[in-house]
Design a protein around this ligand. Structure first.
Ligand SMILES: Cc1cc2nc3c(=O)[nH]c(=O)nc-3n(C[C@H](O)[C@H](O)[C@H](O)COP(=O)(O)O)c2cc1C
Length: 190
């Protein structure tokens, strides 16, 4: 099972690094699987700890994919690290083992501390659509344009029917990134 989360790590200079990342759940392990090269991977290897943040504010997912990294953070409790200030819950993790791979190593984390901050208030289809669109945006260079267009068309339905202001804002950032990408690739083709 994979949970779509926001991973916070520390850079060498002590500043927080924020990245959307799927966490694979295997037995008691919470597994990070960053594609090389990755700042998150470098930070995980150096510090051997991280925070997994659970949030329904999909602006953080869309924001990180579109150059908006300035999200409020505060200190973690049991590791040297930072967490999102407004997450629903967070888990502080230490890296227990690393399964090396040239393309995508797996870093096996074990939870050392977990805290719930705000109740989960149910699923929202527009939030799921934003997360799906954010994944598409992270793969624009590698996906056929027709597939991107088709999937966005379908995802738009949930956004139009169920989005609140946060989801609309996140969606607008992603659509701007998609249009900019499309214009760039059409210009190169001319
Ligand atoms: C929902 C979601 C899940 C993602 N999961 C992963 C992942 O498991 N591994 C990965 O390398 N990138 C993943 N990405 C893309 C990263 O967030 C993005 O490439 C980011 O820049 C990570 O690289 P960094 O550690 O260098 O910042 C995901 C993106 C989204 C929107």
């Amino acid at each position: 099972m994979i949970r779509e989360t926001i991973v916070t790590t520390l850079q060498a200079n002590g500043r927080v690094h924020i990245a959307p990342m799927g966490i694979h759940v295997r037995d008691e392990y919470l597994i990070f699987a960053p594609f090389r090269p990755s700042t998150t991977l470098d930070n995980l290897i150096r510090d051997r700890c991280a925070v997994i943040n659970y949030t329904d504010d999909v602006r953080v997912f869309a924001g990180c994919l579109t150059g908006r990294y300035d999200w409020p953070v505060c200190e973690a409790e049991h590791i040297r690290g930072m967490r999102l200030a407004h997450c629903l819950a967070h888990t502080e993790v230490r890296i227990h083992a690393i399964e090396e791979d040239e393309l995508r190593p797996q870093l096996l984390g074990l939870p050392v501390f977990e805290q719930v901050h705000t109740p989960f208030r149910g699923f929202n289809r527009a939030q799921a659509a934003v997360v799906e669109a954010a994944i598409l945006v992270s793969r624009l260079e590698r996906l056929p344009w027709q597939k991107v267009e088709q999937e966005l068309k379908y995802l738009t339905i949930a956004v139009e029917k169920t989005a609140g202001p946060h989801e609309q804002e996140a969606w607008s950032w992603l659509m701007a990134a998609v249009h900019a990408f499309r214009e760039r690739s059409q210009e190169t083709a001319r």
